[in-house]
Design a protein around this ligand. Structure first.
Ligand code: 13P
Length: 339
């Protein structure tokens, strides 16, 4: 049975479920493996990701979709089963990262623009044939004195909208990801101001590029203090200000919003999502599309050793369950400790 684009978008944000971002580029996954002193080879990357995708409780119960990297969507498990089949057998949807990463933006010191539009229609066609139901493109906006610039926000919003239109034309749901980084020393109100600006530009560009909002999933940052801010806002303030900005900028036609974790601790990412979902009725589903906040504990438990596969899968299952509860507004600190 073929699903319509609307049905895919809705399935990605189905109640109590969210997305596993496992689309680290070869460079990024090497950094993650370095942190656990594991070698990064095609086989170790396969073993690690196979461990996650075979965590049946997590996948069946809480993971609606998995974002893959080009290498992974073509890879087979140790027993020869395509990794995409393991994902679909668990009732989850395979997706694919299609952006080409960030490059310095001309005449805009310290700012970047995401590349990868050239040849994208043909690549989308190939990924569609490989079983991808959705795609991801990440735009990156940094906050520092004097930035972001108008040029940076505009260029990134335009590229996101072009990407989204290309995906829809090729029969794939686009995850639209404008990430305002939390790396700086800025306070939460500066993050709110920039996030509101970026989201307004993104939805304007989506409109100009004739993107049907019912067929996309938005993947934004939360409104949060910079990591280096002298005084960081509370979890309650993050939840309140994130909801305030999203209500101002995201049309109700969008089926769902799946947050990135962006460097938040595992528990913060879960608690923030829970508080927002517990706050009352919302026009869209609010869930997770976490990379680090879903994988950090599993990566550490696994540590590159085959004998730790069960422990790694268990750690992943726990985080998937906690975030599934948060997506339903049913998480608590007490449940967190039942690991
Ligand atoms: P993090 O949750 O680690 O930010 O990763 C999500 C993601 O897909 C970034 O593009």
């Amino acid at each position: 049975m073929t699903m319509t684009l609307e049905q895919v978008a809705q399935a990605m944000v189905a109640p109590g479920r969210g997305i596993l971002a496992a689309d680290e580029s070869s460079g990024t996954i090497k950094k993650r493996f370095d942190s656990i002193k594991a070698e990064s080879t095609a086989d170790t990357r396969r073993d690690y990701r196979e461990m996650l995708f075979r965590s049946t409780d997590a996948m069946k119960g809480h993971i609606s979709g998995v974002i893959l990297y080009d290498e992974t969507i073509r890879q087979k498990a140790k027993d020869g089963t395509p990794l995409t089949k393991i994902i679909t057998d668990a009732g989850s949807l395979p997706g694919i990262k299609v952006d080409g990463g960030t490059k310095p933006l001309q005449f805009s010191p310290g700012e970047v623009v995401t590349e990868g539009l050239d040849g994208l229609p043909a690549r989308i066609k190939e990924y569609h044939a490989l079983g991808a139901k959705f795609a991801k493109w990440r735009a990156v906006i940094d906050i520092a004195p004097g930035i972001p610039s108008y040029t940076c926000v505009k260029a990134n919003a335009h590229a996101l909208a072009r990407y989204a239109a290309i995906c829809l034309e090729g029969g794939i749901v686009p995850i639209v990801e404008p990430e305002v980084l939390m790396d700086g020393a800025h306070d939460i109100d500066r993050c709110a101001e920039v996030t509101e600006w970026v989201l307004r530009e993104v939805f304007q560009e989506l409109y100009i590029n004739r993107v049907t909002l019912e067929q996309i999933v938005l993947k934004p940052n939360m409104v949060i203090s910079g990591q280096k801010a002298p005084k960081r806002a509370s979890r309650e303030e993050v939840a309140e200000k994130t909801l305030k900005i999203l209500k101002r900028t995201v049309p109700a036609a969008v089926p769902g919003i799946a947050f990135l974790s962006g460097g938040q601790s595992d528990e913060d990412a879960t608690a923030h999502l829970h508080l927002m979902n517990a706050a009352g009725a919302l026009p869209w589903k609010l869930t997770f599309s976490y990379g680090r906040a879903l994988q950090a504990a599993a990566l550490k438990a696994w540590s590159g050793k085959p004998e730790n596969t069960a422990a790694g899968a268990k750690a992943f299952s726990h985080r998937a369950k906690m975030n599934g509860l948060a997506a339903a507004g049913k998480w608590s600190l007490a449940l967190e400790k039942t690991a």
